[in-house]
Design a protein around this ligand. Structure first.
Ligand code: NDP
Length: 449
């Protein structure tokens, strides 16, 4: 008799968990998945998807401003935040349904509720125990907010997606993807926006030219950037929230949002009790095949705090299912993972920054180009685009490509394929461009700077 109720029990129906469950079921495995919040996880509910919808909403203000340059007469425009929220919520609800149906149609048993580990093969859910040959933890992450006086007045991105009213003034704390994306969104929607970052320049770890260029473009759009300082205390008064900054100034706003990183969501999972090791940040420690310190238990995605991006969690979930049920142990290749910061203008990046290339390669060439995109010859906007390519001088291999400008994510995704295929600068040079586009600049950069 089979001692197990399931071949695989997945805890968490976000990007990584759903993918692993569906692929495993596709191989014929008997799979269950448990979710205690929302199908689709952070990405669908309080991350990538609603964020991108907000970015679209926010772009309209620029479009309206640019329209007269192209002959359009726009007498008046009005923005209704509640309408955007309602439409966004409707779309997310539709996607929740799609995720639920995809799982059920794959033959996966779906449980709504909080699951925790009882032993290496047992999961407890709503007072009942289920035995599984393998267990996959894919519970994601949760916003982390530092403990400062007045913390109760702070919201995270989770709440920002459901604000009842669009604030007149917002202060955003942090210098990562979320802080920068929300600063652009809220500024575009007409909010007086200040971004406070504790270091000298935001987006630590990104290429230095990209960071400087974006800071300048954001300031041109009217985002108030306050670097090298942090909030020490927040007081509430009838006039709003007063943030006391370390530089001695007072920052008044209606909403204060912290985007100061995310921590792995491992609460009440029973990891410690059964000996699943976590690191000092609370992330589940896994080997190259996503196996935890308990061999029958695996973990993927943000709960392992490695590369916290949806497509990476999807790839990891697929890899676990492939290795357990498809006989293919092909680990995820973490080189050349492209990503986009949906700032305004956006950043697209793949491969090494100039700083990393200098450390890892003997000699490099750097190609840079900054220009006014054709659209802005008539739009009246002074927005500029920056493109940058880093090449190994000895091998001619392109090591990194970065840009700040419209559609950066769309452009860099294609370039990432070329880099993954090992493209040299000569191959870029031999590629015929598409005219007139911004992207053609990447195949016409001739002189290193
Ligand atoms: P990040 O880890 O990217 O950035 C956190 C920021 O907060 C850093 O600038 C950090 O500063 C700062 N910070 C940390 N602790 C404090 C503190 N106590 N006081 C003040 N500042 C602090 O986190 P995010 O929250 O922006 O995003 C989480 C993850 O989500 C990202 O790692 C990313 O992988 C993913 N994501 C991806 C997106 C995309 O692909 N477009 C969009 C949104 C999120 P310092 O640099 O000095 O450490």
């Amino acid at each position: 008799m089979n001692p197990f109720d399931f071949d695989l029990f997945v805890i968490g129906a976000g990007s990584g968990g759903v993918r692993a469950a569906r692929v495993a079921a596709g191989y014929g495995a008997n799979v269950a998945i448990a979710e205690d919040r929302y199908f689709g996880g952070t990405c669908v509910n309080v991350g990538c998807v609603p964020k991108k919808l907000f970015v679209y909403a926010s772009h309209f203000s620029d479009e309206f401003r640019h329209a007269p340059g192209f002959g359009w007469n726009i007498d008046s425009t009005e923005f209704h935040w509640q309408q955007l929220i309602a439409n966004k919520n409707r779309e997310i609800k539709r996607l929740n349904g799609v995720y639920g149906r995809l799982l059920e149609n794959s033959g996966v048993t779906v449980f709504n509720g909080h699951a925790s580990l009882v032993d290496e093969h047992t999961v407890s859910l709503k007072g009942k125990n289920y035995r599984a040959k393998h267990i996959l933890v894919a519970t994601g992450g949760w916003p982390s907010i530092p403990d400062i006086p007045g913390k109760e007045h702070i919201i995270s991105s989770n709440e920002a997606f459901f604000l009842e009213k669009l604030p007149e003034r917002v202060t955003i704390v942090g210098g990562g993807y979320i802080a920068i994306e929300f600063a652009g969104i809220l500024k575009g929607l007409g909010v007086d926006t200040t971004l406070v970052y504790r270091g000298p320049l935001f987006l630590r770890g990104f290429d230095h030219d990209i960071r400087h260029f974006l800071a300048n473009e954001m300031e041109k759009k009217g985002v108030n950037l306050k670097f090298d300082t942090n909030i020490q205390r927040i007081d509430s008064s009838p006039r709003g929230l007063s943030a006391h900054l370390a530089n001695g100034t007072l920052q008044e706003s209606d909403v204060i949002m912290y985007a100061t990183g995310r921590t792995p969501k491992t609460n009440d999972l029973g990891l410690e009790k059964i000996g699943v090791e976590t690191n000092d940040k609370g992330a589940i420690v896994v080997d190259e095949n996503y196996r935890t310190t308990i061999p029958s238990i695996y973990a993927v995605g943000d709960v392992t705090d490695r590369v916290n991006l949806t497509p990476v969690a999807l790839a990891e979930g697929t890899a676990v299912a492939n290795s357990l049920y498809g006989g293919q142990t092909v680990p995820v290749d973490y080189r050349y993972i492209s990503s986009c910061v949906f700032s305004q203008p956006s950043i697209g990046t793949v491969g090494l920054t100039e700083e990393q290339a200098n450390q890892q390669h003997e000699s490099i060439d750097v190609y840079r180009s900054s220009f006014t995109p054709m659209k802005h010859t008539l739009s009246g906007s002074d927005e500029k685009t920056l493109m940058k390519m880093i090449v190994d001088k000895t091998t001619d291999k392109v090591l990194g490509v970065h840009m700040v400008g419209s559609d950066a994510g769309e452009i860099i995704q294609g370039i990432a394929v070329a880099l993954k295929a090992g493209a040299t600068k000569s191959i870029f040079d031999a590629t015929i461009g598409i005219h007139p586009t911004a992207a053609e600049e990447f195949v016409t950069m001739r002189q290193p700077s």
